[in-house]
Design a protein around this ligand. Sequence first.
Ligand SMILES: Cc1cc2nc3c(=O)[nH]c(=O)nc-3n(C[C@H](O)[C@H](O)[C@H](O)COP(=O)(O)O)c2cc1C
Length: 195
Amino acid sequence: MSETSETSVVVVYHSGYGHTETIAKTIAQGAESVEGVKATLIKADDENKDWDAMAAADAIIFGSPTYMGSVSGQFKMFMDESSKVWFTQGWKDKIAAGFTVSGSQSGDKLNTLIQLQVFAAQHSMVWVPLGILPGNNSSTASVEDLNRLGAATGLMAQANTDQGADVAPQATDHRTAAKFGEHVAASAKRWAVAA
Ligand SMILES: Cc1cc2nc3c(=O)[nH]c(=O)nc-3n(C[C@H](O)[C@H](O)[C@H](O)COP(=O)(O)O)c2cc1C
C-alpha cells in the first residue's frame, strides 16, 4: 500500500487499436478527480512494466478489449505473468475493478469482465463493481445515459468497428468511465483508511 497519505490507483490495460487506451485514460482522469488520489497508467504488454507501482498501489483497475469473447491474448499474458505475485499474494486486500471495450453492443463482453473478476479473486483482491445504475433501458431513456450498456460487474464501453479511437467509444462511455474511475478511487481511499 502507499507509504504516503496519497491514494495510489494503477490502471493496467491492453489495447490493440487504441479504443481501450482512451477509456483507460479517462478512468485515470476520473480517479484523479478525487482529492489525494494519484493514478498511473501501465500497459499490460510493456516488457518493462512497473510491477513496483502495482505492488505499491491501493487499487488496481484491469482493462482489456474483448477479443473473441474474452480478454485479449496480450492481457492474458499479463495475467499469467502475475502468477509470480500470486505466489506471495502480493496484491491481497487491494481494491480491484475492471473494464472492457468491444465492437458489438454485447459482443459477449460480460465474459471478459467475469474473467477479470475471477483474476482479482485469484489474487485475493476486493472487487469494486461499476456502481452506476443501468441507463438506456426504458422508453424515455437514451444512449446519452450513463452506463448505456447496462453493466454492473465493471465498466463496459463499445466502439464502432469502423471508427478510430479519436471518436469511439462515444462520449457517453467516456462520461461513464470518468464516474467509474472516481468511484473506484473513492472506494480505494476509504479502504486505505480502514486498512
Ligand atoms: C482479434 C479481435 C477479436 C475481436 N472479438 C470481438 C468480440 O468477441 N466481440 C466484439 O464485440 N468485438 C470484438 N472485436 C472488436 C474489438 O473488441 C473492438 O474493435 C475494440 O474497440 C478493440 O479495442 P482496442 O482498440 O483497444 O484493441 C474484436 C477485435 C479483434 C481485433
